[in-house]
Design a protein around this ligand. Structure first.
Ligand code: NAD
Length: 480
């Protein structure tokens, strides 16, 4: 399994590829643990060059006809679709996800460029009359400026396009800092944006395995006007504090502890199918992954048995193997974290009916796992597991389910399965999350507002809302 010829492995600054001043670091294939490439460590002088390029390009880009910005995004959408197999393979190789998941992600990721290409030409203002009648209130929208984009490794393409798409549509220029585990997909995306005509300096990509230093320096730089971060709540908290010094406009997409509620009138086969999607997409390494299954007591045993059967049947293997349904975790550290949470929960009384023991051999594998009799305060119930582990907690009724679900400080996604739409909507209204799958195991959609409440984040990406993060409103009080 080698890197496809022509995959870019340099820094992308001001429309040119180059080395970094900080040396280089290795990118591993999690399916084997072997090195697949080295990429530069961007130094502070590289950051300076990237910010200078972004700041120089931004005013002209913002002043370009919206149709022109739209066309660049449309063209990149088309290039991504045309090169879907190459992108999917690269993502499987550096991140470990199955090819099925990777192909799905390429489509999902490309759709952000199509959607925001459509939004670029619909940025509007407003005209109102002051209640006093004394004047008119005229508003128009302006791009925020240079945007720093920091993305995680779990969706290497989609987390980048979900930010680059609206930023470019709004007239911002960007400096993207991808996760150190998965820099290659971002570099290939930069190549496609360049090919599609994004002017030099509008898109810059800096790779590093020392994110703290680079991102900290960027946030302290007066050229940076926007931070959009997707990642863990802990790092998000640190970056919010750093952003506070210069009052940098921030969007935060953070961690989850997503409840999957199954009520006793649910279609159990549909619930299990939804559970497999909500739990196992990306091997459970998704912020939208169902983290805890809250199942009403009358159906808990039947649901658990059906889910266990499906989980046990999954084919584990290298991400790039066409047969694979469950690939490796992203790193050895990720496997250690999952194993630790499962072990602590089993010690506290949970029972592993499928999996539960880490797998030997090369690569970073953890098996599909179903835990029953899970204590409500055990590690897998209260912490984000980020792996293929399905803990089942039995609940008395919907009030009990809601009490457990809402006790969390996280509030990203929730899932509800019920035969009654009215009951589902009633529970939806009371669930403290930003997104809900009602009789559906998948919520992600470029046309929908994605984001969380509580410590799961601030702001929304995608939908009509997504471009708002990159726009500011100017108001003119005027008489005529
Ligand atoms: P992470 O927070 O470790 O890393 C995210 C990004 O921040 C990476 O680019 C990383 O290199 C960088 N980073 C790490 N430490 C930093 C520091 N001190 N200063 C600046 N940057 C730093 O998260 P991860 O492990 O890559 O991703 C998994 C997490 O992301 C999970 O918690 C998951 O729920 C969350 N996530 C959220 C969403 C969402 O939309 N809400 C989507 C995907 C993932």
């Amino acid at each position: 399994m080698t890197l496809p010829a022509g995959t870019p492995t340099g820094l992308f600054i001001d429309g040119k590829w180059g080395e970094g001043s900080g040396g280089s670091f290795a990118v591993l294939n999690p399916s084997t643990g072997d090195e697949i490439a080295t990429v530069p460590i961007a130094g502070l002088d590289d950051l300076d060059r990237a910010l200078a390029a972004a700041a120089a390009a931004q005013p002209e880009w913002a002043a370009a006809p919206p149709r022109e910005r739209s066309e660049v995004l449309h063209k990149t959408f088309e290039l991504m679709i045309a090169r879907r197999e190459e992108l999917a393979y690269l993502m499987s190789l550096e991140m470990g996800k199955s090819l099925t998941d990777a192909r799905g992600e390429v489509t999902y990721a490309a759709e952000f460029f199509r959607w925001f290409g459509e939004e670029a030409v619909r940025i509007d203002g407003a005209l109102r009359t002051a209640p006093s009648g004394a004047n008119r209130i005229l508003t128009f929208r302006k791009a925020v400026g240079v945007a720093l984009l920091v993305t995680p490794w779990n969706f290497p393409a989609a987390m980048a396009t979900r930010k680059i798409g609206p930023a470019l549509a709004a007239g911002c220029s960007v400096v993207l800092k991808p996760a150190g585990e998965t820099p290659l997909t971002s570099l290939l995306l930069a190549q496609l944006l360049d090919e599609a005509g994004a002017p030099a300096g509008t898109v810059n990509v800096l790779t590093t395995d020392n994110s703290g230093e680079l991102v900290g320096a960027a946030l302290a730089d007066s050229r940076v006007r926007k931070l959009s971060f997707t990642g863990s709540t802990g790092v998000g908290r640190t970056l919010l504090k750093q952003a506070a010094d210069r009052i940098v406009n921030t969007t935060m997409e953070l961690g989850g502890n997503d409840p999957f509620i199954v009520l006793d009138d649910a279609d159990l086969d549909a619930a299990v199918e939804g559970a497999m999607l909500a739990k196992m997409r990306n091997g459970g390494q998704a912020c939208t992954a169902a983290n805890r299954f809250l199942v009403q007591e009358g159906v808990a045993a039947a649901f658990g048995a059906k889910l266990a059967e499906k989980m046990a049947a999954l084919r584990v293997g290298a991400g790039t193997d066409e047969q694979t349904q469950l690939g490796p975790m992203v790193s050895e550290r990720a496997v250690d974290g999952i194993a630790d949470k499962v072990d602590r929960s089993v010690a506290a009384g949970a029972r592993a009916v499928v999996g539960g023991e880490r797998l030997d051999g090369k690569g970073f594998f953890y098996p599909a796992t179903v835990l029953t009799d899970v204590p409500r305060d055990s590690a897998v119930a209260v912490e984000e597991v980020f792996g293929p582990v399905a803990p089942i907690i039995t609940v008395r009724d919907e009030d009990d389910a809601l009490a457990i679900a809402n006790a969390s400080e996280m509030g990203l996604t929730g899932y509800i399965y019920t035969g009654s739409l009215a009951r589902g909507l009633r529970v939806s209204e009371r669930l403290e999350v930003g997104m809900i799958g009602l009789n559906r195991g998948l919520v992600s959609d470029p046309a929908a507002p994605f984001g969380g409440v509580k410590q799961s984040g601030i702001g929304r990406e995608g939908g009509y809302e997504g471009i708002e993060a990159y726009l500011e409103t100017t108001y003119v009080a005027t008489n005529w």
